[in-house]
Ligand binder design. Structure first.
Ligand code: CUA
Length: 349
């Protein structure tokens, strides 16, 4: 047999060991009972075989102890699976708050990864050791699946929305990245490498190379270019909600529902502004569907996030948080807004 043959990929993330221990428990329980049941089948088949034509079996009327034992023991074993499995599931689905954000955009047939500092990579991702990495992923075309066996991460990447996965690498090295969802002719070629580097090496890597400007800085340029700032003013109340400090806050809608301003909400508000209208505002923003790419959307989102970090305006005492701002009246001229298109002068966003 090939000496490098391995039953499992290397364990290179904090979650990997937890998941593997659970898998081993499941395997042991399943194997033990499979062997037990088959052994008993053969044992009873031989022991209680029919010995003569005229033999009649004796009637048996159950045994309470036996019934309780074979109900309670499997119940307890299953509860261990349930509680253990749920805890690993929650661990996998909740990125730590201090996780480092990396964006992933999939397209037929490549992975584009993007660091907040501006570094872009194709079919590669460099990450520092010992730091939780949160992946925010989307697709430009069909469904893909971001699969890194060594970190036990496999998550669907869907067009039109964001999915997140995270991992905390524990061993430096080079690890496989696969696409695990059949996505067309070159699906099998949609592969790459994850490089886990010592933090100092990672800093060196970040400092050199094709850095360029940060995602938020690109987003700010795009925000100006698309004339978003004409309506989303930060210096004075505009016709559209002020975006400062918005990210992560609850937003009150005209329907009286409250939604959290996360990546998905911002993305939807750019592409389909009428879907969720902030209380006190009119539905006057044109859709930017088809005008911004997935990568540009990520830049805009990062820019809006960055607005929260450095609030330039001081809220008046007792002011409603920015995300919950409501305005009683909108300007009269907004009741009949011009049929704005993104190319027109009166861009309303
Ligand atoms: Cu992408 Cu398979």
């Amino acid at each position: 047999m090939n000496p490098s043959f391995q039953l499992l990929p290397p364990e290179a993330s904090t979650t990997a060991a937890h998941l593997d221990h659970l898998t081993v428990y499941l395997l042991i329980v399943a194997t033990f009972f499979t062997v037990l049941i088959f052994a008993l089948i053969f044992y009873f088949a031989i022991k209680y075989r029919r010995r003569s034509e005229y033999e009649r079996p004796v009637e048996v009327h159950g045994g309470m102890t036996l019934e309780i034992v074979w109900s309670v023991v499997p119940f307890l074993l299953m509860m261990v699976m349930f509680v253990w499995g749920a805890s690993v599931f929650f661990e996998m689905s909740r990125p730590p708050d201090d996780a480092m954000n990396v964006y992933v955009v999939a397209k037929q047939w490549m992975w584009k990864t993007q660091h907040l500092e501006g570094h872009r990579e194709i079919n590669e991702l460099h990450v520092p050791l010992g730091r939780p990495i949160r992946l925010t992923m989307t697709s430009e075309d069909v469904i893909h699946s971001f699969y890194m066996p060594a970190f036990r991460v496999k998550f669907d990447v869907l067009p039109g929305r964001y999915t997140t996965a995270w991992f905390n690498p524990t061993k430096p090295g080079q690890y496989h990245l696969f696409c695990a969802e059949y996505c067309g002719t070159l699906h099998s070629g949609m592969i790459g490498w994850i490089y886990v580097m010592e933090p100092s090496d990672y800093e060196t890597w970040l400092a050199g190379g094709t850095g360029g400007e940060s995602l938020a800085a690109s987003g700010e340029k795009l925000f100006q270019y698309l004339a978003c700032a004409n309506c989303h003013r930060t210096d004075k109340p505009g016709r559209c909600p002020n975006l400062e400090g918005l990210f992560g806050q609850p937003v009150l809608l005209t329907t009286n529902q409250t939604v959290k301003a996360d990546e998905a909400y911002i993305r939807e508000s750019i592409l389909d502004p009428g879907a969720k209208i902030v209380a006190g505002y009119q539905n006057i923003m044109p859709s930017f569907q088809g005008l911004v790419t997935e990568e540009e959307l990520l830049q805009l989102i990062e820019y809006i996030k960055s607005l929260g970090k450095h609030p330039q305006t001081v809220a008046a005492p007792g002011a409603i948080p920015p995300g919950l701002q409501t305005r009683g009246t909108a300007g009269g001229n907004l009741l009949n807004p011009p049929p704005a298109s993104p190319g027109s002068q009166q861009q309303q966003k």
